[in-house]
Design a protein around this ligand. Structure first.
Ligand code: THU
Length: 157
C-alpha cells in the first residue's frame, strides 16, 4: 500500500483592485449577474460570468423553482448559455459571486459538485484550462484550471 496526496494551488487576493484587468472585468460581470438571480426560496443570489478567449462575456444567475430540483445554479446557467449561444468559441474563465440582500458573502461561495463537473466538460470542450475566480467581499480566490477544484476529474468513458 502506498499513501498518496493531491495538493491544489490557488491564489488569494484581498480585493478586486488586485486582480489583473481581464479578471477584474469578469468579476464585475459576475457581481452584476447577481441581480438576475431568481431565488424566492433560498434568498441566496448567485451570479456567474463566462469570458471567452476573444474577451466576450456572458452572464447567468441561479434560477429556483417550486419543484426544487428543477431549479439551476448560476454557474450552470451561465455555462450552458455560453455554450449554447456561442458554440464555436473557447471559454477562458468563469467568475462567481454570491450573497444575500445585495451583500456579497465575506468568504467566496464555492461551487457545488454538479457545477464543477459541468465546468470540467466545458474546459474539455474548449481545449484549454478554464480559470475560475471565486469572489468574496474579504477575499478572492483564483484557480488556474478546473482540475484544482475537481481533482481526479472524470472526463472519459
Ligand atoms: N447555488 C448556485 O447558484 N451555485 C452554487 O454553486 C451553489 C448554490 C444556488 C442554488 C440555489 O438557488 C441557492 O444557491 C441555494 O442553494
Amino acid at each position: 500500500m502506498t499513501s498518496k496526496e493531491i495538493k491544489i494551488a490557488f491564489l488569494e487576493y484581498e480585493n478586486l483592485d488586485q486582480l489583473d484587468p481581464r479578471d477584474r472585468q469578469l468579476a464585475h460581470a459576475a457581481i452584476e449577474a447577481m441581480s438576475g438571480a431568481y431565488a424566492p426560496y433560498s434568498g441566496f443570489s448567485v451570479g456567474a460570468a463566462v469570458m471567452f478567449t476573444d474577451g466576450d462575456i456572458v452572464k447567468g444567475s441561479n434560477q429556483e423553482n417550486a419543484a426544487y430540483p428543477s431549479g439551476l445554479c448560476a454557474e450552470r446557467t451561465a455555462l450552458f448559455y455560453a455554450s449554447a449561444s456561442r458554440p464555436d468559441k473557447q471559454m477562458e474563465a468563469l467568475a462567481i459571486a454570491a450573497g444575500q440582500n445585495g451583500n456579497i458573502c465575506a468568504s467566496p461561495a464555492t461551487p457545488c459538485g454538479a457545477c464543477r463537473q459541468v465546468m470540467a466538460q466545458y474546459q474539455t470542450k474548449s481545449g484549454r484550462p478554464l480559470r475560475v475566480i471565486l469572489i468574496g467581499a474579504d477575499k478572492i480566490w483564483r484557480f488556474e484550471k478546473v482540475d484544482d477544484l475537481l481533482p481526479l476529474i472524470f472526463d472519459s468513458i
